[in-house]
Design a protein around this ligand. Sequence first.
Ligand SMILES: C[S@@+](CC[C@H](N)C(=O)[O-])C[C@H]1O[C@@H](n2cnc3c(N)ncnc32)[C@H](O)[C@@H]1O
Length: 456
Amino acid sequence: MNPNVAKSREPETQLILEQFLPYRLSILSNTVSNTIAREYRELFGLSIPEWRVMAVLGRFSPLTASEVGDRTAMDKVTVSRAVGRLLAQKLVKRETDPNDRRRSILKLTARGVRTHQKIVPIARGRESELAAALTTTERRNLDALLAKLQQRASEIAAEQDYAGPEKDKNMTRLNADGPNAKQIDFWNGPAGDSWTDLMDSQDRMLGPLGEAAMAATDISSGQRVVDIGCGCGTTTLELARRVGPSGHVLGVDVSTPMLERARQRAADVDNHSIDLQNSDAAAHNFTPQSFDRIYSRFGVMFFTDPVAAFSNMRTALKRGGKLAFVCWRPLDLNPWMANTISVATQYLDRLDPPGPDEPGPFAFRDPDRVRGILSDAGFTGIEMTPHDHALAVEADIESSVNKLIQLGPMAQPIAQSTAEIQDQIKADLTASTQPYLTETGVKIDSASWIVRAVNS
Ligand SMILES: C[S@@+](CC[C@H](N)C(=O)[O-])C[C@H]1O[C@@H](n2cnc3c(N)ncnc32)[C@H](O)[C@@H]1O
């Protein structure tokens, strides 16, 4: 027990978040990193973990992946995904350590060094803007205080490591049980991590479609809403904003990494009206007849038995409660995904393409099938409105191609293919994406359904 820790006058069970030091440090760190991240994301298509890896390699290269983890305080999975993408983008290279051939070391490539050199002045500029809030003495004191806190936090972490057996530092992901086990596995594997990493970009791209589905059902103050397949929580937060503190939003998702991100974001906005459950919506034990709306942005096409799943979800709705979601129309009307599949399948096998009625992003393309499912699940007043929208993929072709290869059924085969095949796929996709480049970035056509139904 540290004798310097002052005894709190608050009851021990009370947590005043805005005075809680770890919370304040995390909010400050997120706010500051996001201001810098926005620039390197827009200019170079890099995520925060990717830039952190590049920054430590720019300073301490060469390092092993585990040394990168130690220097960035990021977990193994995040480091390995970031390194994987940097290797694919040829910003980082992996070599055998000439002094110890069992060790594999990471370095920036010449391209990585150039990118690093372009980002450093941007990051330092932001640091100066931030530090302008402090006098020289305050800055010196802050540096000393941060060093003290870092030292104490490292001591506590070392004590924890010493106290226990080797712990699994990765989160425990949802058990893949029941009829949706395959999808639960999928969304808890690389797909869930990738969606989490691409969150901002996906939100920019899918935001208008989620908005269209929200506009299709009247969401108002005080309502209780379920967000099915809420992912990283963007729509959940927006629904919570719309229903206000007197309302309530329940987000349900099978993907543990995505839901963890949603939980962090909900904690950051300190919104007590949000409940996030890492659970299969087809089997979730909803409080019967307690919600006014069920909403989903592309989260309802992954059920093995959709009639059973929608029947279960309907139990959550009050009489007269409404369902609204957005789902994709056929693949051939969605070149943002079809182009990647057709380019990648020239070089790689597509593993297990889903059958026409099997779960997958395009499982609800056929309006007759969707009407049948909803009506068999007990919904009435079913309306399906086609919605066409040019998706804002990224600002330029290179970052758009880097994003597109991380989406859909070919993402894994591409990620696991050789550098030569990846280069070939990127080159072909660059060519087929060219016609979609506009003055405001890459915009690729999409076709979706806005679906509405009632629990009458
Ligand atoms: C295409 S993503 C959409 C995520 C989010 N709604 C968005 O728009 O960013 C599909 C989501 O549905 C979730 N999902 C798939 N099957 C599910 C199930 N049976 N129950 C709850 N969520 C599920 C996935 O984990 C994933 O987060």
